[in-house]
Design a protein around this ligand. Structure first.
Ligand SMILES: NC(=O)c1ccc[n+]([C@@H]2O[C@H](COP(=O)([O-])OP(=O)(O)OC[C@H]3O[C@@H](n4cnc5c(N)ncnc54)[C@H](O)[C@@H]3O)[C@@H](O)[C@H]2O)c1
Length: 506
């Protein structure tokens, strides 16, 4: 797995012994000097994991913990505990715990373990009741599409800081409730772009050579050697609708095969290679030998390909949809194929799709499905555009890194339900620095109040943004004495708009 962050730059937290901070023991991470963390040089200095108890939710009494970012080989600035802390229920107190469900990629689990977290890895999804029983002991959870994190689950999990969706979609999570409770949600929307682009290339060649029909005939014992209606793709025009992550990748691959590429997008986008942007969908449809859709499903794109649009395409051209099911009127597509106007099509996504693998691709999904199954040179695939081992690994890496960046540094870049805020990392050179991560309701006067508290110190850098009702402030203040940390924490936590306050120390 390619790591976006080198393990050496992750920030295992350093526990501050009670006698130096005067805090209750439950707020400390477990720690000891030992070479037990992986094999990287970081293990020379750090054996503890990042500490979990950095939270102060609402106005209830919470804890804070000290996360610390080290540059390699620098000694820790705070004394480490002589002995590892006692185990309680098989878990070390204060250690960040992550529950990974639904057989999330093992490399992602290893990555999180190497980052110093305690990771429990389950292959199955959990029901709402099971989550309510099990999840409250964890600081973070990783899920895929089958686990539903409802408002009830979120409300039951006082410790929960972050949800990682190791997939594209996030509609299995109550994002609004998560934000209200200060729980950030991350996903991986673009990790499978390359996989989709490659599938489209395969489909372009397969359609122009009627490959799938020939292969199916051979399975039925039929030898049907023919060249009529079969074409090379070199020199043909590919029209890409939506020149985003997938469309742009595809553009490069198609040119390598000698295709001419044109694209239509609602945004003016710089072309790659020798592709060029056309002014309207209609122009693209008229000029292309192959039309492929890579747009999101939004009100503007629903049914964007219907009877009129298929009629605008060249006689004998091909159509591909790997975007979303509702952007194409499949009955209009079927008519265009049956009439012979289009020479073939590939469809990977449908307005309604079965919930599980098995014999579910039938009229229950729409009475046009049996009709589609009979049309020659129509390649039907079960939404596999992004389904590759590489994409799963990339998703694991992206979401794993997002969790670490949020837990250790407070960074919300890529969060789906929080404003995206980031600050340059604190390092050991920034002695006596504290990072404040303050999730609050988006109400007037919050920054004034918080800055009154922070104003007694030097505010090195500060960034705040809002998204709907939720706002997030990150601020680094310097020259903070150890004895002042708790007071700063509890004063911010008691501000009326507080949802969650975490402090991270150098
Ligand atoms: N089949 C699969 O397994 C699979 C896998 C991944 C993504 N997808 C789908 O592929 C689609 C594209 O994904 P992406 O990552 O490239 O998205 P993206 O957001 O990177 O790009 C979408 C592009 O479409 C453009 N666009 C929006 N509305 C448009 C319109 N009305 N006309 C023309 N262009 C328009 C946007 O400006 C953007 O450039 C999405 O619908 C996504 O859900 C499918």
């Amino acid at each position: 797995m390619t790591l976006l962050l080198d393990p050496i730059h992750l920030s295992p937290s350093i526990p501050i012994p009670p006698n130096t901070r005067g805090l209750p023991p439950s707020s400390f991470g477990a720690g000891a000097v030992s070479p037990s963390v992986g094999t990287s040089p970081i293990s020379y200095h750090l054996s503890n994991s990042p500490s979990a108890a950095t939270r102060g939710r609402g106005n209830s009494l919470g804890h804070y913990s000290i996360a610390r970012q080290l540059t390699a080989f620098l000694p820790p600035a705070y004394p480490l505990a002589e002995e590892p802390q006692a185990h309680e229920g098989g878990k070390r107190q204060g250690k960040i715990t992550i529950l990974l469900l639904e057989n999330i990629n093992l490399e992602a689990a290893d990555f999180l373990k190497k980052a110093g977290y305690e990771v429990d890895h389950l292959t199955k999804a959990l029901s709402e009741e099971e989550l309510i029983t099990k999840l409250p002991q964890y600081d973070a959870i990783g899920i895929r599409s089958k686990t539903r994190i409802t408002a009830k689950v979120i409300d039951a999990c006082e410790k929960l800081l972050v949800i990682g969706c190791f997939c594209i979609g996030t509609n299995q999570v109550d994002l609004v409730q998560a934000a209200k409770r200060g729980v950030a949600v991350f996903n991986s929307p673009f990790s499978n772009s390359r996989s989709v682009a490659e599938l489209v290339i395969a489909e372009i060649i397969s359609l122009s050579r009627q490959l799938v029909d020939r292969a199916m005939e051979m399975r039925q014992g039929i030898w049907n050697k023919l060249s009529k209606g079969c074409w090379e793709i070199r020199g043909k025009t590919l029209g890409i609708v939506g020149y985003g992550h997938i469309g742009a990748q595809l553009s490069v691959l198609a040119e390598a095969f000698g295709m001419r590429v044109i694209y239509y997008d609602v945004m003016p986008i710089m072309p790659l290679g020798t592709a060029w942007q056309v002014e309207s969908l209609h122009e693209l449809l008229q000029k292309s030998d192959f039309v492929t859709l890579h747009v999101p499903e939004i009100p503007d794109t629903i049914d964007m390909m219907g009877e009129i649009e298929f009629a605008s395409m060249k006689q004998g051209s091909f159509f591909i949809n790997n975007a979303r099911g509702r952007v194409v009127n499949l009955e209009a597509l079927a008519s265009s194929l049956e009439s012979g106007h289009l020479a073939g099509a590939a469809v990977d996504v449908y307005p309604k799709e079965p919930g599980s693998n098995g014999p579910g691709f039938n009229e229950d999904l729409g009475n046009f499905i049996p009709r589609l199954r009979r049309i020659p040179n129509l390649i039907l695939t079960p939404h596999v555009g992004g389904s590759t081992e590489e994409a799963q690994r990339a998703i694991g890496s992206e979401v794993g890194n997002a969790l670490v960046r949020y837990l250790n540094y407070g960074t919300t870049l890529g969060a789906v339900n929080f404003p995206e805020v980031d600050l340059r990392a604190i390092t050991t050179e920034d002695e006596r620095h504290i990072r404040i991560c303050h999730v609050h309701r988006n109400e007037p006067g919050v920054l004034k109040r918080v800055n009154e508290i922070l104003g007694e110190h030097n505010i090195e850098k500060q960034f705040s943004d809002s998204k709907g009702d939720i706002a997030y402030l990150m601020a680094d203040i310097s020259d903070v004495g150890e004895e002042e940390v708790e007071a700063i924490y509890s004063r911010i936590k008691q501000t009326p708009a507080n949802i969650l306050t975490r402090l991270l120390c150098e």
